[in-house]
Design a protein around this ligand. Structure first.
Ligand code: IPM
Ligand code: MG
Length: 370
């Protein structure tokens, strides 16, 4: 059996390792039951890498990340490393990966599955059937802009500085991803900015509009200010199909959208780079939830976001849509059967551990693929 492709698994910190263990089981399952094997390497990122190598991402791991077809990441960060300088923190490892692999388009779907509709803090009639895709710019904006830092201005005055920067080409390439995705979905894009206060937002709006005019007039484009978007996501989330926005607004709006679905524990993400000459793109897949240090090591975390991230990997990096569908279907069946990790627990359902959720999903996969 020749390998379908190369994967680098970076479990990271907190609940990262335990949810990635369940992903490993699905990878093994694909080899065993579907004849699709992957070459899998593991590495360290975040606090785990700091403890082992003194840096949140070693050059060797970065080099590995550049040679594989896709990186699967768990989560980074935790109180243990909170006091470290900014550029040496666990999060810096993730930010470096994103930047060095040039993963400029971050896809964060928020989907409300029918069995979980009552788990949403919003009323079922507002979120039932919700299926939106947030495309967050991931390698620019205020996350990386210079100058940055904390300055001592003297006389007891200190000043914190960060800079929001966008070039036209950065806006165009992420907007193009959003328009192309919309073509395969509901054909609507809402571009989100603060063009009423920020020049970078004005440029964003002008560039998205120009690209739309030039290449995507078959897609319905609207614009929204970020604050209004935050409100509209609660008021009437189903008005959205694809939302495209900058790094910082995307960070916030994607957590908000995730919560519409009831739990951060359900939400996957894909971070994609540009297409190369062979039609491949660099890619990293990770659950939207963080390292959740408060529940780490207790086998109670929800592995579904990590499993769905792997399904996105199969779909976007390996054109294995059938297998991605299988995983999503297996999860859906297990949820219909009443199995719930603590984060999505509801009256009358059966509370289960991370491992038992994994067991049930593997069993459902077995049944689905006889
Ligand atoms: C995310 C996270 C990261 C971010 C952190 C861990 C650096 O919140 O992926 O949304 O802010 O981008
Ligand atoms: Mg975030």
């Amino acid at each position: 059996m020749s390998a379908k492709g190369k994967l680098l698994i970076l479990p990271g910190d907190g609940i990262g390792p335990e949810v990635m263990r369940q992903v490993r089981r699905i990878i093994d399952w694909l080899g065993r039951r579907r004849g699709t094997a992957f070459e899998v390497k593991e590495g360290l990122v975040g606090g785990a890498a700091i403890d082992a190598h003194g840096v949140p991402l070693s050059d060797a791991t970065l080099a590995d990340a550049k040679t594989v077809d896709a990186v699967l990441l768990g989560a980074v960060g935790g109180p243990k490393w909170d006091k470290i300088e900014f550029d040496k923190r666990p999060e810096a490892g993730l930010l470096r990966l994103r930047k060095e692999l040039e993963l400029f388009a971050n896809l964060r779907p928020a989907i409300v599955l029918d069995p979980l509709v009552d788990g949403s803090p919003l009323k079922a009639d507002i979120v039932k059937g919700l299926d939106i895709m947030i495309v967050r710019e991931l390698t620019g904006g205020i996350y990386y802009g210079e100058p940055r830092g904390i300055k001592d201005l003297g006389n007891g005055i200190r000043q914190g500085v960060n800079t929001q920067l966008y070039t036209n080409t950065e806006v165009q390439r992420v907007a193009r991803v959003a328009f192309e995705l919309a073509r395969k979905r509901g054909r609507k894009v809402c571009s989100v900015d603060k063009a009423n206060v920020m020049e970078s937002g004005l440029l964003w709006r002008e560039e998205v509009t120009a690209l739309h005019q030039a290449e995507f007039t078959d897609i319905e484009l609207s614009h929204m200010y970020a604050d209004n978007c935050a409100m509209q996501l609660i008021k009437n989330p189903r008005q959205f199909d694809v939302i495209v926005t900058d790094n910082l607004f995307g960070d916030m709006l994607s957590d908000e959208a995730a919560m519409l679905t009831g739990s951060l524990g359900m939400l996957p993400s894909a971070s994609l780079g540009a297409l190369d000459a062979n039609g491949h793109r660099r890619a990293l897949y990770e659950p939207v939830h963080g390292s959740a240090p408060d529940i780490a090591g207790r086998d109670i975390a929800n592995p579904i976001a990590a499993l769905f991230s792997f399904a996105m990997c199969l779909r976007y990096s390996f054109e294995m849509g059938t297998e991605a569908d299988l995983i999503e279907k297996a999860v859906s069946q297990v949820l219909k059967g009443g199995m719930r990790t603590s984060d999505i627990m509801a009256p009358g359902m059966a509370r289960c551990s991370t491992t038992v959720m994994g067991d049930s999903i593997v069993r459902a996969l077995d049944k689905l693929s006889v």
